[in-house]
Write a protein that binds this ligand. Structure first.
Ligand code: ZN
Ligand code: MN
Length: 482
């Protein structure tokens, strides 16, 4: 058995309209090489201009994650052979990144579902080393013996979020990336969609025998483009290194690629150290004074998902589980709050959203942002349940129709379906008839078997028109028989 030490470097595309050092639009899925200029093509003599929004969003991220910032943040060139960056250096930050320190809280519900009962360190905070800002390279596509290159992505601002080696398992790495994604989305600093390549992750992993030993040689895993791949790749790598160490094969610092189809990592190269990149200060860009920008973005710091969850639990009376679900998506949290109303308990809104709305969205492969039912419509539907007009299962029927005809009024749909509370006396003869027709059930109910009230209620409901709230019928029967 070995102790596992993992550090993560996450590259997240900062949500900006334009690129890091030029005014070209950031875009995804446009015709290749349509958003380019001399700066992002790396032509000689072109001069970069800083994107203020990218800097502000990075500083905002730092505030959300309790980072500090140096007074002056500076820019450096990282030299390398970059086949997808013609100037052969990346403009990045080495010595004075925008953000230093801080940490990312791991949310319980961000662990893999099959692992939530085995969380080793609940409420763990993974410490951050730094967050710096840099530029993305172009996107290359390899076709047999030729390669195509698209510069639309070149120069897109990337935040590189680097942890301390605090992560101890594949499941913690999984929870880290999911929690970080939620926080970035909450702050609207990044969309962080891994499928679109907006969030990319490198994993550094090393094994050692005892906690008192120095860290083992680290292996860096590249090309991880889904959270489940991160988990599988780490499991594979722990197993591989364990077997080699057991066989007396020492590990060397190296970079490996994850092959998702084969489910294994493959050696790419032995790893260079920082000094191999010959970092040097960028002569084209002035340092950034962080204090005024920090003051500007401080008011934009949002409630983080766990703060939102606490508030939902405390002020709106939902369970911890519901609060975790509702705060897991910014749009969902906004929707929930928009439906909630003093007249309807938060718990009932939460139940309906989690049990019905999310299920229906899921069936139709829609996200909450695409939900056709406006929060006000759901609120008026739920108030019909609250005032006794509709029973819970009737409300579900109304909701199904509302989902496909969201312009309709829930009360009108209930009318169309014939769901209407009975007027005083309207049910009397029906109730009398059912009582007369079911003498043995009536006897059993009087003897204490109240469950049979549901049976008699069902009998009344069968013939009642319009359909009252079944609770109304049960109450009438109860009053008559007990
Ligand atoms: Zn450009
Ligand atoms: Mn980087």
């Amino acid at each position: 058995m070995y102790l596992v030490t993992i550090g993560l470097e996450v590259h997240a595309q900062v949500k900006t309209n334009t690129k890091m050092f030029c005014a070209c639009r950031t875009s995804f899925g446009d015709e290749p090489n349509t958003h380019t200029c001399p700066v992002c093509l790396g032509l000689p003599g072109a001069l970069p201009v800083l994107n203020r929004h990218a800097i502000e969003k990075t500083l905002l991220t730092g505030l959300m994650l309790n980072c500090g910032s140096p007074e002056l943040s500076k820019w450096d060139r990282k030299n390398y052979f970059y086949p997808d960056m013609p100037k052969n250096y990346q403009t990045t930050q080495m010595e004075f990144p925008l953000c230093i320190g801080g940490g990312v809280p791991l949310y319980d519900h961000c662990y893999p579902t099959d692992h939530r009962k085995n969380i080793v360190t609940p409420n763990k905070i993974v410490r951050l080393n730094r967050i710096h800002l840099e530029e993305d390279v172009a996107k290359s596509t390899h076709l047999g013996n030729s390669s195509l290159i698209d510069f639309n992505r070149a120069g897109t601002p990337l935040m590189e979020i680097v942890t301390e080696p605090d992560i101890e398992s594949a499941e913690e790495a999984f929870a880290y990336v999911r929690s970080l994604q939620m926080i970035l989305q909450q702050g609207e600093v990044a969309d962080a969609d891994m499928e679109k390549g907006q969030l990319r992750c490198d994993v550094n992993i090393s094994l050692r025998k005892n906690a008192s030993d120095p860290l083992g040689q680290k292996v860096e895993l590249k090309n991880l483009n889904s959270i489940s791949a991160i988990r599988r790749a780490i499991h594979f790598e722990i197993q591989r290194q364990t077997e080699e160490l057991n066989a007396g094969i020492p590990q060397i610092q190296s970079t490996r690629r994850w092959d998702d189809d084969r489910g294994e990592t493959q050696m790419m190269r032995t790893k260079e150290d920082a000094h191999d990149y010959r970092y040097f200060p960028c002569p084209d860009l002035l340092p950034v004074r962080t204090a005024p920008l920090l003051e500007k973005v401080r008011p934009l710091v949002p409630e983080l998902p766990h703060q939102l969850a606490n508030r939902f639990e405390k002020d709106l009376g939902v369970t911890a589980y519901d609060a975790a679900v509702l705060s897991s998506d910014k749009q969902l949290a906004i929707y929930f709050e928009a439906v909630t109303d003093a007249a309807i308990p938060g718990k009932k809104v939460a139940n309906f959203i989690i049990n019905n709305l999310l299920g229906t969205l899921n069936e139709r492969s829609l996200s909450i942002a695409d939900c056709p039912v406006a929060p006000e419509k759901l609120r008026s539907l739920l108030s019909l349940v609250e005032n006794g007009t509709l029973a819970a299962n009737q409300a579900k029927e109304v909701f199904t129709i509302l989902f496909d005809s969201p312009e309709k009024d829930p009360a009108a749909i209930a009318d169309e379906l014939g769901f209407k509370p009975a007027e005083a006396g309207a049910l009397d003869s029906l109730v009398d008839q059912v009582i007369a027709n079911n003498p043995s059930e009536v006897e059993a109910i009087r003897a204490g078997n109240e469950k049979l009230l549901n049976f008699l209620t069902g009998q009344v409901m069968k013939t009642a028109s319009p359909k009252p709230n079944p609770k109304q019928v049960t109450d009438l029967l109860r009053a008559r028989l007990l």
